[in-house]
Design a protein around this ligand. Structure first.
Ligand SMILES: *Cc1c(COP(=O)(O)O)cnc(C)c1O
Length: 354
């Protein structure tokens, strides 16, 4: 048995893997991979996936749910282009690699970027606080959870201009007040489904209002919203499997129950990191991510022993990102608390041996 702590693509429930593979072989007589995306059967899948997103996150009226391609990486460009207004200025919070990526792409499309808060001075090991968001900008962008560094915003950024958020690595892990945002976007492969689809939850009000002269058809969210996310061929496998995963999420108590499970998993692991003399957290206490837990050995002399133990126990994907080092345990929705227990047992056992 494997325990997949990988940062993405994410672990999904075994029943979702099974149902998805069944549909590859037989989706109403054809393979899911060969059916026309215009067929009523697939249109129904797209509509169900969109409505399950709305149900799971309690999305208010006046928002469209889109499944596009290009990953969150293209989302950096798409959000900047679609939110650009007359001032062509935007405020960005820099909390790490992905935020930096978003900043770079906003600049690339001609936005004057004001990085009004950053944690770069301490290698992104905390969430900036006590900042005032600028109000002379078209929009504000931040990254809710920093997949690489293991920090997470614990409340929504206060701003009196439209708010855009990259929620790639914590969407569907906890309740969010969608009404506070103009665009939420997320690559599917961190907590929703297979790579290939990128989820956008877009306030309809913002559509078609960009001031950008450069606006390729695919990058204009209005075109996708007008066509129900079917302007061109959608990523059918990813949408279908995401739909299965959302059905599973809702059948298991929805977001509230998932958030409770995620909290229990995070408490179990952070508690072990805090009490175990061999380990330390890589992140300031109050900013710790519930999804991606970054931690370090106090003494690298224990590295070989620890690595051997978790590898032998079937733990996968625990190596930290090269920019942080140490370890990163990503605990997306489908990771069970039993898997976390396997990891904390190994940490205890290692400490007992010393
Ligand atoms: C992984 C990740 C990205 C990049 O996503 P792609 O879909 O691979 O482009 C962007 N933002 C965050 C927060 C991520 O975790």
């Amino acid at each position: 048995m494997k325990h997949n702590f990988g940062a993405g693509p994410c672990i999904l429930p075994q029943t979702v893997f099974k149902q998805a593979s069944d549909a590859v072989l037989d989706f109403n007589g054809l393979s899911l991979l060969e059916v026309s995306h215009r067929s009523p059967d697939f249109v129904e899948v797209m509509e169900e996936a969109q409505s399950l997103v709305k149900k799971a996150l309690n999305v208010p009226a006046g928002y469209s749910v889109l499944f596009l391609q290009g990953g969150a990486s293209l989302g950096f460009t798409i959000t900047a282009l679609n939110m650009m207004r007359d001032s062509k200025k935007a405020g960005y919070i820099n909390t790490g690699t992905w935020a930096k990526g978003a900043i770079a792409e906003a600049k690339a499309v001609g936005i004057d970027v004001n990085v009004f808060a950053s944690s770069e001075d301490q290698n992104f090991n905390y969430i900036p606080k006590n900042f005032t968001a600028p109000s002379d900008v078209d929009f504000i962008h931040y990254t809710s959870n920093n997949t690489i560094f293991g920090t997470q915003f614990k409340s929504i950024v206060e701003a009196n201009v439209p708010l855009v958020c990259d929620m790639s690595s914590d969407i569907f892990s906890q309740k969010i007040d969608v009404s506070k945002f103009d665009i939420i976007y997320a690559g599917a492969q961190k907590n929703l489904g297979p790579a290939g689809a990128t989820l956008y939850i877009v306030k309809d009000e913002i559509l078609g209002k960009s001031s950008s002269e450069f606006m390729p058809k695919y990058l204009n969210l209005k075109n996708h919203a007008d066509k129900g996310s079917m302007m061109n061929t959608p990523p059918v496998f990813s949408v279908y499997t995401s739909m299965l995963n959302l059905r599973n999420l809702i059948a298991n108590g929805g977001i509230d129950a998932a958030a409770e499970r995620n909290k229990a998993k995070a408490d179990l692991l952070y508690n072990e990191i805090d009490v175990n003399p061999l380990f330390k957290s890589a992140v300031a206490g109050e900013d710790r991510s519930l999804m991606n837990v970054t931690f370090l050995l106090n003494d690298d002399a224990h590295k070989d022993a620890f690595d051997t133990m978790w590898n032998e126990a079937g733990v996968i994907g625990l190596k930290g990102h090269r920019s942080v080092g140490g370890y990163r345990a990503s605990m997306y929705n489908a990771l069970t608390i039993e898997s976390v227990q396997v990891l904390t047992d190994i940490m205890k056992e290692l400490a007992n041996k010393m």
